[in-house]
Design a protein around this ligand. Structure first.
Ligand code: MLT
Length: 265
């Protein structure tokens, strides 16, 4: 069963769907929503269990289920095909969309994410997060701040640090636990990128330590032909929040390229 996702949209024309990272919500794309509305119909949903969306419900945790929710939202909005972007967890969902709903995607933008599956240590760490958030609530996520935001933001942008802290404090523990287990169960996606036949674009914050530059290059090289990589200066894992103008500029470039080479309706 898919969930009816909450979403915002702005603009008209090429549908551009942006999927948020863990453990945030569509709020992280406020700047892109405003900054790209003159170029595209920008649609930003809250994934299942986050923001204003319902869930996570009783279903087994799965990134595929999140992808099916997004496909159901496209149906609801009468969007046949879109340019799909996802940051980190949103990137995992975008790769699941490539597996399950490829015909809906004209091009894909993978931001601060990775195509590899979790190893044993990463899975064990996710179970530790599940336990901590179940016992202590959202306060257990505060330490994530340092790895989400880049060093430049932590040193020079106190307003952004406060904003992301407030977002972390507002998460729903059941959504966090479900998503951690969904991410732990996700498969390796390199073959998905290789076989998709969908043009790819990769964006990475130059200070991203969670999905660093080598992950970005590995994904880019899996696409046929290889995807361009945009490195966002002064940005960490949450590149779209650390350096919103940098990511908006890269997405404008992607829109320009896809408009030139594809028939996007
Ligand atoms: C995210 O930002 O969505 C997370 O880093 C994804 C993950 O935990 O693998």
């Amino acid at each position: 069963m898919s969930f009816e996702l909450a979403f915002d949209e702005a603009g008209t024309g090429t549908p551009l769907v942006l999927l948020h990272g863990f453990p945030l919500s569509r709020a992280m794309y406020a700047e892109q929503l405003a900054g790209l509305a003159d170029r595209a119909r920008v649609i930003v949903p809250d994934l299942r269990g986050f923001g204003d969306s319902p869930g996570p419900g009783d279903a087994d945790p799965s990134i595929d289920a999140m992808a099916d929710d997004v496909a159901a939202l496209l149906d609801r909005l009468d969007v046949r095909t879109c340019l799909l972007g996802g940051l980190s967890m949103g990137g995992y969902v975008a790769m699941a969309m490539l597996r399950r709903h490829r015909e809906r995607i004209t091009a894909v933008v993978l931001m601060d994410t990775k195509a590899s599956a979790d190893g044993d240590e990463a899975r064990a760490n996710r179970e530790r997060v599940v336990r901590a958030v179940t016992e202590q609530g959202s306060a257990a996520l505060r330490p994530m701040l340092d790895s989400l935001l880049g060093q430049t933001t932590r040193q020079e942008r106190p307003g952004t640090v406060d904003q992301v802290t407030a977002w972390l404090d507002a998460v729903r523990p059941d959504g966090v636990a479900w998503a951690q287990r969904a991410m732990a169960a996700r498969p390796d996606s390199f073959d998905t990128l290789r076989d998709s036949g969908v043009p790819g674009f990769v964006i990475v914050g130059e200070e991203d330590e969670l999905s660093p530059h080598e992950d970005a290059v590995a994904m880019a090289q899996a696409f046929v032909p290889p995807a361009p990589v945009y490195v966002i200066p002064g940005a960490g894992h949450l590149s779209a929040v650390d350096n919103p103008d940098g990511v908006t500029g890269a997405l404008r470039d992607v829109l320009r390229h896809t408009k030139q080479s594809l028939e996007i309706d």
